[in-house]
Design a binder for this molecule. Structure first.
Ligand code: LLP
Length: 421
């Protein structure tokens, strides 16, 4: 459920008509709903409630300071994967004790930064990283709290590019080696073992792969405790999928996920951490675009929008589907016409949808891509020197620009011409 509904025939974000935002900020523009963000965060909170837990929003899905602060004010932690995300989390007001640091290639500088600024836990993904972290922490007179990310060799059954829990993926430590690596961790002076971490992929539409992975984590917890490790936290990663179309089978709900978590690891007395990104932010955002031209091709009509693959790369990169809706509601029973929906970028990959049935649209009309709040703006670029797409946050009947569109001067000033030219 989200808060983007038609009212009197006009698509609204909460109480704000989308055309009002488009007129004030221009298009393309991302529009987020505060109420939807809050609702989705609370679903996880409630799903895990009987267990001690921390919901750590995966900032890679949407790292806008205003979005992160909205969640932080509800008590959310965050999962960060770079110095940039760490600093943005702090700037958004997230205290260090609610930040977990994930990622396969943390640099020593990033480790130092997080240790100095305050960090709840590092999710360590390899033995060399463990050794480096121990050195960095020791040199600062500190011990870093860590969970080892284990790779359970479970196929998440998701898109090839976002599956992370199979043995051929670059992530984590093979679960069969975990006991040996934990033993080594316990010997290192700069390391304090606090838990186990696992994340098997993104946009999972079934619970079974999670369940298989979490059962392996439960078994490992018992083994490690028998070896004398104080395993008190389990970070179960993110990955719960969202419905991208209203027609297809709905993925499990956070309540189902929560029940499964309790079933698999609930009796271990551990504090549970989860790292959802997409489920919190995905359906809390739209990308609003305007039709530049309707072009008749050979046997197909192209809807040429002012948004392009640089603004929303998921269709080009993963073949992902996003529902596209007109901002002015078509009359009931309006005839639909198949359009190839494309952007202005100079490559054929800049195609959002082929043969998509849509009501008749004309130059100047507004459309909205649904489910664009996660992995949308964060993956945008300025390819073709198109200024970075702006973002707007709606809260009831108010809206604010939370990242402004750069001007063409900004774009030009960002480059430097060396003295010899
Ligand atoms: N934790 C870790 C360690 C992750 O690598 C990820 C996502 C998450 C949590 C959050 O997963 P979520 O709940 O959002 O599924 N750009 C791709 C998605 C990449 C996901 C990468 N890792 C897309 O647009 O589909």
């Amino acid at each position: 459920m989200d808060h983007f509904l038609y009212r009197e025939g006009i698509l609204h974000a909460e109480d704000v008509p989308i055309p009002e935002i488009a007129a004030a900020v221009g298009t393309p523009v991302y529009v987020y709903s505060t109420a939807t963000l809050i609702r989705h965060y609370r679903l996880f909170e409630e799903a895990l409630r009987p267990l001690p837990h921390l919901v750590c929003f995966a900032m890679k899905a949407n790292s806008n300071l205003a979005v992160v602060r909205t969640l932080g004010q509800l008590g959310a932690g965050v999962d960060v994967v770079s110095a940039g995300e760490y600093l943005k989390a702090r700037a958004a007001g997230i205290p260090g004790e609610r930040i977990v640091f994930s990622g396969v290639g943390k640099t020593r500088e990033e480790m130092r930064l997080a240790l100095a600024g305050g960090i709840r836990q590092f999710n360590v993904e390899s033995e060399p990283e463990l050794a480096a972290l121990s050195q960095v922490a020791s040199a600062m007179g500190r011990r870093a709290s860590i969970a080892l990310r284990v790779n359970p060799d479970v196929d998440a059954g998701t898109h090839e590019k976002i599956a992370t829990g199979r043995k051929e993926d670059k992530f984590g430590i093979p679960i069969g080696r975990a006991c040996a690596v934990y033993a080594e961790a316990a010997r290192l002076p700069g390391i304090e073992v606090v838990g186990i971490d696992v994340h098997i992929g993104s946009q999972l539409t079934r619970l079974e792969p999670f369940e298989a992975a979490y059962r392996k984590v439960a078994e490992l917890t018992r083994l490690l405790r028998a070896d004398g490790h104080d395993i008190r936290r389990l970070d179960l990663g993110g990955g719960l999928g969202i419905p991208y179309t209203r027609s297809n089978e709905a993925p499990p709900l956070p309540t189902d996920y929560g029940a499964m978590v309790r079933r698999t690891v609930g009796d271990l007395g551990c504090e549970i951490e989860i790292e959802p990104g997409r489920l919190i932010a995905g359906n809390a955002g739209l990308l609003v675009a305007r039709v530049i031209y309707v072009k008749q091709g050979e046997g197909r009509d192209f809807l040429i929008l002012d948004a392009a693959m640089n603004d929303l790369v998921r269709p080009a990169m993963y073949g992902a589907h996003h529902d596209i809706v007109p901002v002015v509601e078509p009359p009931p029973g309006a005839a639909h016409h198949p359009y190839d929906v494309v952007g202005p970028v100079c490559e054929s990959g800049d195609t959002f949808a082929r043969g998509r049935p849509l009501p008749p649209l004309a130059e100047g009309d507004l459309v909205a891509f649904r489910s664009a709040g996660a992995y949308g703006a964060v993956m945008a670029s300025e390819y073709n020197s198109r200024p970075l797409v702006p973002e707007v946050l709606v809260h009831g009947d108010q809206f604010a620009v939370i990242r402004a569109r750069p001007t063409f001067d900004d774009l030009i000033r960002r480059d430097t011409i060396p003295g010899w030219l």
